[in-house]
Write a new protein. Structure first.
Length: 180
């Protein structure tokens, strides 16, 4: 695949001229991931606006849906999964409960605790949101050969495997050895 210069190329060329010591092996990768992330986030937010959802509400709905029937989780478990504070998760849950797409269930085994569970409307909304989001992301990559997408996915998987600190694991050095 022939590459044409893009904004990241221009940024990197400028840094090579202006302050070459800030360029590391990961510099261009980092900028490209940030650019891609912003593009994907923009596409997602446009779709969510149509569904009258915030990004946090989307995350909660799809996390509950992904959990499998009966589509419920404890609030603290949900907070960890969507990377929100417990307070943030509570605020999102209040809005989703008010909208009728999530409900609270008492935990019969622990009177101090409850479950957050998708209602039937919540399951339908979560599924619709996932489908439109996936279609919008797919449209963003329209025209990109499938092999390029698959190779990029594999490369990022390898990068994630070599960087366990991304997911709370022990950091590694450049050789892949644990620094813990």
């Amino acid at each position: 695949m022939t590459t044409t210069p893009d904004p990241v190329d221009a940024w990197m060329d400028s840094w090579r001229t202006e302050l070459p010591e800030v360029e590391h092996a990961s510099s261009e990768l980092t900028k490209r991931i940030m650019f891609l992330s912003a593009a994907l986030d923009g596409v997602m937010r446009r779709e969510l606006t149509e569904l009258e959802l915030t990004a946090a509400e989307f995350d909660v709905l799809v996390t509950l849906r992904r959990s499998g029937a009966p589509y419920r989780m404890k609030p603290n478990q949900l907070a960890r999964s969507v990377m929100l504070t417990t307070g943030g998760t509570t605020n999102v849950a209040h809005r989703l409960v008010a909208r009728g797409v999530v409900e609270r269930e008492d935990d019969p085994e622990d009177a101090r605790s409850n479950w957050l569970r998708l209602t039937a409307d919540g399951v339908a909304l979560a599924e619709r949101a996932v489908l439109v989001n996936a279609a919008a992301h797919d449209a963003l990559f329209e025209g990109v050969p499938t092999t390029v997408v698959e190779e990029a996915t594999a490369a990022l998987r390898d990068l994630f495997a070599a960087t366990p600190s991304l997911f709370g694991g022990a950091p590694t050095d450049r050789t892949g050895k644990s620094q813990a």
